[in-house]
Ligand binder design. Structure first.
Ligand code: HEM
Length: 421
């Protein structure tokens, strides 16, 4: 095996995934790309291959030699986890977490993946998503009506965080008063899932929160079984009754992961999106003059600063890529954020250009696992950004360098204070 330990023999920066990286990962991606297409890094998940090129990442996401089943080592190989497993209860809790986590659609392969995806697909059909537009507009207006833009407000806390949570809550048919709990549980999962080197503490918090989410959904099921609605949970229950989902917690795992995936990512599309537009006044002015440019602009926002910066795969069958052998079982980290700035795929990749048409970003992934919620998040971004642009054309940032959330994989702002001038 040919594992280059760092970028290059004279590795200029041995620890690139530092605080500066969390603030702005793009210089690091450029250096990684220059160092070679397939790099072994000890400082990524206790050792992983890192890919930066668009073509290679697309291959890894589409080729069955790269498996999506990768949760085992993710959990077990965290330093300090074994030490914390002193009792049988602790071990059982971790095993349950691992089973639930590993049952989520995004971590399944082949026939199992197709079966679960099929059960979920009707709930995300484009026609259904289009019918949600009025609800998304109403929920957005409710949030924006309550804001005093002259006094200023934090766009993340007041809009980007609650809106996607309300929308996915609506789809799953869950109560608004439970929102704060969900967001907290989901944030614990995000801190774990989005860490390049998750800690035992992050794992414990994610474990606690996932189990609480699952218990919450479990308590909802009897009433939904008794009187099903049109919500996603009722649909999944019907799929379970039809034998399309296994009755061993598979349904609960999908609900929990949907809740998580449905808002941790869209929050950052809204936040990164508004931030990018406000820091590119020409683009903002252009959209003010021509709102129809919004669809293309959102596509470019996704490319330019993707809410999901990477995903992972495990090598299922040994293979050679650019002369490097990737062994069976090795972890591969596909840096979506780097692929989206690959000069071989995008002309002038570091320029934000809302009229860009060529090239397709990988922010929603590619292949069998391509994001099932893409249409929903595009709808939310379209509604929110248009509403903000119309209401507050003179919006500006109150803090020239807002704080990032510090989560490498789920890139987003911790706060985005804004006001109208
Ligand atoms: C801007 C917002 C979003 C981004 C950037 C995003 C990104 C992604 C990416 C990159 C993947 C592929 C992961 C992989 O191949 O390993 C994915 C899959 C997935 N996403 Fe999203 N997502 C977003 C919004 C949503 C929403 C709103 C939902 C649900 C309501 C959702 C649910 C899912 C699910 C269930 C999968 C797994 C699909 C499968 O395995 O077949 N996502 N997403």
């Amino acid at each position: 095996m040919n594992r280059m330990r760092d970028f290059a023999p004279d590795a200029p920066d041995a620890a690139p995934f530092d605080a500066a990286f969390l603030h702005d990962p793009y210089p690091t991606y450029r250096r990684l790309r220059a160092a070679g297409p397939v790099l072994w890094r000890d400082d990524v998940f206790q050792g992983a291959w890192v890919l930066t090129r668009h073509a290679d990442i697309e291959l890894a996401l589409r080729d069955p030699r790269f498996s999506s089943q990768r949760t085992g080592g993710w959990v077990k190989r965290i330093p300090g986890v074994d030490a914390s497993l002193s009792g049988r209860r602790a071990q059982a809790g971790l095993d349950l977490f691992q089973r639930l986590f590993g049952s989520a659609m995004v971590f399944l392969d082949g026939a199992d993946h197709q079966r679960v995806r099929k059960a979920m697909a009707a709930g995300f059909h484009p026609t259904l998503i289009r019918t949600l537009r009025a609800d998304v507009e109403r929920l957005t207006d409710e949030l924006l009506d309550g804001l005093d833009a002259h006094a200023g407000f934090d766009f993340i806390a007041e809009v980007a965080r609650p809106l996607p949570s309300r929308v996915i809550g609506l789809m799953l048919g869950i109560d608004r008063e439970d929102e704060a709990r969900f967001m907290a549980w989901s944030d614990d999962l995000a801190a774990f899932i989005g860490a390049l080197q998750p800690t035992a503490d992050q794992l414990r918090a994610a474990q606690r929160s996932l189990l609480q989410m699952v218990r919450y959904f479990d308590a909802l099921l009897p009433a939904r079984r008794a009187s099903p609605g049109t919500d996603l949970v009722s649909r999944l229950l019907q799929a379970e009754a039809a034998g399309e989902l296994r009755a061993d917690g598979e349904l609960l795992a999908q609900c929990a992961m949907l809740l998580f995936a449905g808002h941790e990512t869209t929050r950052n599309l809204l936040g990164n999106g508004l931030y990018t537009l406000l820091t590119h006044p020409d683009a903002w002015a252009r959209l003010r003059a021509d709102e129809d440019g919004m669809t293309l602009a959102i596509r470019e926002l996704l490319r330019y600063d993707s809410p999901v910066q990477y995903t992972g795969r495990r090598v299922a069958t040994e293979l050679t890529l650019h002369g490097t052998t990737l062994g069976r079982g090795d972890l591969v980290i596909a840096l979506i954020g780097a692929a989206n700035r690959d000069p071989e795929r995008f002309a002038d990749p570091d320029t934000f250009d809302i009229t860009r048409r060529a090239g397709s970003h990988l922010s929603f992934g590619s292949g069998p696992h391509v994001c099932i919620g893409a249409g929903l998040s595009l709808l939310e971004a379209d509604v929110v950004l248009r509403a903000v642009l119309r209401r507050w054309p003179t919006l500006r940032m109150l803090d020239a360098a807002p704080r990032w959330n510090g989560i490498a994989g789920l890139r987003g702002l911790a706060a985005l204070p804004v006001s109208v001038s």
